[in-house]
Structures are given as structure tokens and as C-alpha cells.
Design a protein. Sequence first.
Length: 303
Amino acid sequence: MNKIHPNRFYLEDYRKKHHRYSRDGFFGNLKRIRTWSSLIQFILRATGLERRGLANAMNIRVNQTVAEFDNLPSGFENSRILFISDFHIELMAGLVDKIIELIKNLEYDYCFLGGDYSTFDKFDMDKTKQGMKKIAEHLKTNRTYGVIGNHDYYETAVFLQSLGVTMLINENTVIERDGAAIYLAGVDDGYIFDSADIGRASAGIPAGAFKILLSHSPQIYRQAQKAGFNFFMAGHTHGGQICLPGGIPLFKSAKAPGKIAKGLWQYKTMTGFTSTGAGCCNAAARFFCPPEIAVLTLKMKKS
């Protein structure tokens, strides 16, 4: 594990200055989130759907997905990535134990964490730390990598790093397997804090290398493709969380087309995957959009 240098991650003051709601400030946006959360919860109670929504939210699925590539290094054929995003630990009692129950029997080679470990309107750093520590203790690999999301603080990255998670905040690392190498880059939040720096995250990656970008939000997908990333992994959208029948999202919380809001997708030369997330935000409820833990198997595309 790398020793943390205070300048390695973007400090909170920097992130606040780059907050996209700068007109109202950080706490103005927090008030907006709390108002929206209260409205959703009121509607669910008034319609008698609160209990059903919570049951749906706790029904986390393990989804197995195959991602195929023309140029996957042969050493990574059939390698598996456990991808968990959008925990929002404070919002639902029992979520941490449910995640642990689901991952304890899974087989995987790497684990990627997609951010939003906390929830602004319920913020409790102690709960976040306790929950993430329990989850980290049940991961079967020491090759765990993570990014932070729009609900997270610099302190969260420091804590996860202390647990053995390699946090990638606008930086990259090389992963080697069976004589082959891929480069994994991670960016800071590009949704609220506007601090995602793909150029900085790509620095030093050799030309022609197979490279994966881990980002909390998928909305920087165009920049990622332009930068030559082969695989782009994100969360943030929750797949809509509360959707119309057929999984049609009412809100995506990202400037991206619907096909990029969840699941496996393709944009020009880049393959992408957006997780629906394990937890909930604004309200502990889901409709027509099950939460997930994803296991992605990398394969060479057959000619």
C-alpha cells in the first residue's frame, strides 16, 4: 500500500471551490438534497409504497456480465472484477450485512469500488467507516481499487486507503497478470465537484496499452473515449432507482443518454458498464430498478 501524501488527493477546499452549485454553495446544495429527499419520502408514505420500496431496495442482485474486447491482453482472459458502487451506508440498516452475505461466496480476481460510500443528507462518517471496514474485511483479494463520488469527502479516501484499498484520484496504476499488463485509472467526481481530470489520470500510460477508467459518474464518457480508454466503469445513476415499468428512469442525475444509465453499453470504440448501485439515495426505496453487485468477466472478442 502506498503511503498517503497530503497532496495526492484533491483536498476538500479545492473540491468546494469547483462545486458546480457554486452559486448556492456546498450547504445550499445540501439543503436542496434534503428537501428532495423529504418530498420523495412523503409521497411514498402517502401512497402506501414506503414498505414495498424498502423491500425492493434490500433485494440486491448479483449480476454476472461478460465484457468482450478486441485487444484484451491474453493474460487477462476470463479475469473477473467485483464491482460495487453507491453504498450510501447511512441510509439503510442492514445494507452492510446484506452486501457481505452476497459477496462471501463470489469468485473474483479484483474488486473495484465506485464511490458514494456516504449520504450527504444522513451524513455520519463513523457509520461510513464502520460499514466500509466490515465490507473490506470480507473481500477476498488485496487487489482492491476505488474512487470517491459526489457524496464523499477526502477523509473517506484516506480511510479506505488505510484499509488496503488503492484509491485512484486522478491517477493510475498498472495491474499485472500472467505476464500481461493493463492500466487502471481513476478520476475524482465529475458530477458535483467537477474535479475529474482525465488528462492527469492518464499521465504516463504507454501508447497502445489496454486501459480501464473507473469513474463515479458516467457523464464523462465522451472524454474517456477520446482519451482512448478501452473500458469505462461507473455508477452514480442508480439506474434511475425509482423507474417506470420497464426500467425507464425518471431521473439519471447525469448528463448522459439513457443507454448509458445502466448495464453494459458501447460508445464508438469504448465499452462501458454503469452499475445500478448497491444502495439508495434520497429515499430507501426502489421501483422497477433492482440494486446490484456486479461481477464482470473480461474476455477476448471472438472473430
